[in-house]
Design a protein around this ligand. Structure first.
Ligand SMILES: Nc1nc2c(c(=O)[nH]1)N[C@H]1C(S)=C(S)[C@@H](COP(=O)(O)O)O[C@H]1N2
Ligand SMILES: [Mo]
Length: 331
């Protein structure tokens, strides 16, 4: 995600958001560049990522049923991204705006006790403790691509169950049209929620049919283990056909509403981040193309970019949700 801040009425790109070099240079390329002295800053950042990438793994997920998903399209045969890459190159602005910040800083997040409030236009509002949510439905593994609007992607074996299982349980009212997802904003454990980069808490939203689509995953783990803090522990959303930012991390409130929720990125830059945010190679971000993507782990200087697929490759499953909509207007 690229952020902009408003000062004196002007919009400035934030310097740290210019893609750090370690994200597009492979290690060998860096070593070569280092000989020229040009890459010391990038190398420092790479080295700290490498060191921290010996991440302590949080351990087994007790509730994991173990089976692969039966939901159509939920398992890809593509090569899975390495664990160390998926857990050390993150966007989680509550812990800093650099990709290497969350793995360094998110250890302060306290994931227990944890409750999630489900409220708004539902017959059965409820406050769930994490254990009850974990047990609400059988968990399964789904291997989804996650593509960031910044132009990189990963393939991750997530663990969880369809959000629709929780939605069925609380019985939305007929006038519920949207679901708002509110994430934790705790200044004591999240160093950046005192900054002004976003209007905290980080909020996301889906239309009701998107939220109840079987591919929309409430995730508690990845790689067969508990979610690492930097990836959104103890629970997050994964909406595989939308840009990564629609997949809110560390959820604390799920609210059913009749109005389109005001989402964090839309509030920050409405012309750049619309409500829908479907992965769409035909609609450029105002400042760069969305036609291709770089797969994390394949990021050598000369690595070929991949063509971005409509709806991130999930068109067969979700295309009909947008039939008749102008996807240039509803970006
Ligand atoms: N609470 C919260 N959720 C968030 C974000 C964030 O900054 N805060 N970043 C989003 C963005 S821009 C992306 S690309 C994905 C990244 O998920 P990952 O770090 O597990 O790859 O998380 C999304 N969810
Ligand atoms: Mo993102």
């Amino acid at each position: 995600m690229l952020i902009q801040t408003r000062r004196d009425g002007f919009i400035h790109p934030v310097a740290s958001e210019i893609t750090p070099r370690d994200t597009y240079l492979g290690r060998r390329d860096l070593l070569r560049l280092m000989a020229s002295g040009a890459a010391s800053a990038a190398l420092a950042s790479w080295a700290s990522r490498e060191a921290l990438a010996q991440v302590q793994r949080p351990g087994k997920l007790a509730a994991l049923a173990g089976g692969k998903s039966a939901v159509a399209g939920a398992v890809t045969m593509e090569k899975v991204t390495e664990y160390k890459d998926a857990t050390s190159y993150n966007n989680f602005y509550e812990f800093g705006t650099d990709k290497a910040d969350p793995v360094k800083n998110a250890h302060t997040l306290k994931t227990s006790p944890w409750t999630v409030e489900v409220e708004g236009l539902v017959k059965k509002p409820a406050k769930y403790v994490l254990d009850d949510l974990l047990k609400l439905s059988a968990q399964e593994e789904r291997i989804y691509r996650l593509r960031c609007v910044e132009g990189w992607s990963m393939v991750i074996p997530w663990v969880g169950y369809s959000l629709s299982k929780l939605i069925e349980k609380v019985e939305p009212l007929g006038n519920a049209k949207f679901v708002e997802f509110v994430t934790l904003a705790d200044p004591k454990t999240m160093p950046y929620v005192t900054s002004r980069v976003l209007d905290w808490p980080y909020v996301e939203g889906l239309r009701m049919d998107e939220a109840t689509h079987p591919l929309t995953l409430l995730a508690f783990g990845m790689y067969g283990e508990v979610l690492p803090n930097q990836n959104g522990a103890p629970l997050r959303l994964v909406v595989p056909w939308k840009y990564g930012f629609k997949s809110g991390k560390s959820l604390v409130r799920i609210r059913f509403t009749d109005r389109e929720p005001k989402t964090a990125w839309n509030k920050a830059a409405a012309n750049e981040y619309g409500f829908y945010s479907n992965v769409n190679p035909n609609v450029d971000h105002p400042r760069w193309s969305q036609a291709t993507e770089r797969r994390i782990g394949e990021d050598g200087l000369f690595a070929k970019k991949r063509k971005t697929l409509m709806f991130n490759g999930y068109e067969a499953q979700v295309g009909q949700l947008y039939a008749g909509m102008d996807l240039k207007k509803n970006y």
